[in-house]
Write a protein that binds this ligand. Structure first.
Ligand SMILES: *[C@@H]1O[C@H](CO)[C@@H](O)[C@H](O)[C@H]1NC(C)=O
Ligand SMILES: *[C@@H]1O[C@H](CO)[C@@H](O)[C@H](O)[C@H]1NC(C)=O
Ligand SMILES: *[C@@H]1O[C@H](CO)[C@@H](O)[C@H](O)[C@H]1NC(C)=O
Length: 301
């Protein structure tokens, strides 16, 4: 039968494995874990040696390839010849929990930078290791940081305004949304600019555009908000604007006219004075004054 055949195959496999288990074997009880930033995590790593061997030459190395820089792994903690060595960046935060019976470690006060692929490597010479290595992915969750709200554009009637919002941190990636809060709460269409910032474009603004806007950044661990209070500047209505313009132009013209009259008058009195002074002046000056009246006459004809 098929089932008995499978049973025999299984038995053979078990026997074969039993022969092989003369070698040291490492097993991770989890392949991935999540921890909230600040909490502690126990990273499990079990190993099985053949019963007869002693553990005097047991060697355990935990490494971390951080998600932020996978190409530069660090040695988290090492157990060698009964001694424990921690990476300086983790001193005081990492430790073995059951050495030498288990290779589990505890990581206290977790940080986002602790996230990555952890590898547990166990050796117990002269035993061969097969496989002597286990792997575990650690995710460190963090609530969103306070988002930053900004606006730019033209807040005059008919202008266009852009509201933008960005959040620096948060794992999983926070969801960003914009809402207008008054007179009633409405959700606004958002354009994402990467994962961590989103903006809203408002065109042809009017007095109805004024109001309080909220950006929220949310993930499973929480929500943080920032706000923009928009006041649209509405100029006085256009008919009175035109009237003002006309009045302004009119008064400016009057002032200019008065100035012109004043200048002419000053010029005239100045001439009279100089005529009286006679030929005491320099030659150039005299000539200039002499020809001026005809020039003026011409320009006014
Ligand atoms: C981790 O924190 C626990 C509880 O605060 C403490 O008992 C333990 O010694 C700490 N472990 C390390 C390696 O710092
Ligand atoms: C802008 O809005 C005003 C009223 O709010 C409307 O009369 C006008 O047609 C709009 N202009 C455009 C270009 O949409
Ligand atoms: C928004 O601005 C307006 C006008 O400047 C002001 O009256 C209102 O109190 C502000 N609202 C908030 C929530 O700051």
């Amino acid at each position: 039968m098929g089932s008995s055949g499978r049973w025999m195959l299984w038995t053979v496999c078990v026997c074969f494995t039993a022969l092989q288990t003369a070698a040291l074997r490492v097993a991770m009880r989890e392949s991935s874990m999540e921890v909230v930033q600040g909490d502690f995590a126990i990273l499990p790593c079990s190993f099985f040696t053949s019963t007869s061997t002693r553990l005097s030459r047991l060697n355990i190395i935990w490494t971390l390839a951080p998600f932020s820089s996978p190409e530069t792994p660090i040695q988290v903690i090492v157990y060698d010849h009964g001694q424990v060595i921690e990476d300086p960046s983790l001193t005081g935060r990492v430790g073995f929990t059951g050495i030498p019976l288990s290779a589990d470690i505890v990581l206290n006060d977790t940080r986002v930078s602790d996230a990555g692929i952890y590898r547990c490597m166990v050796n117990n010479p002269p035993e061969t290791a097969d496989p002597g290595i286990g792997e575990l992915a650690l995710t460190v969750l963090a609530p969103p940081s306070l988002p930053v709200c900004q606006w730019d554009g033209d807040i005059d009637m008919g202008g266009s305004v852009r509201l933008s919002c960005s959040v620096a941190e948060g794992i999983p990636t926070p969801e960003i949304r914009w809402d207008k809060l008054n007179p009633e709460e409405i959700s606004l269409p958002i354009n994402m600019d990467g994962d961590l910032s989103g903006s809203v474009q408002i065109v042809n603004v009017s007095s109805q555009t004024s109001g309080l806007y909220r950006c929220s950044a949310a993930n499973v661990l929480g929500t943080e908000n920032c706000y923009v209070n928009l006041s649209i500047y509405s100029p006085p209505d256009s008919s009175s604007g035109i009237l003002q313009g006309v009045l302004l132009t009119l008064s400016m013209s009057l002032v200019l006219l008065a100035l012109l009259v004043l200048i002419l008058w000053l010029h005239r009195t100045g001439q009279d004075g100089r005529w009286k002074e006679g030929k005491g002046e320099e030659e150039e000056c005299y000539n200039e004054i002499r020809y001026t009246p005809s020039l003026m006459k011409r320009s006014f004809v």
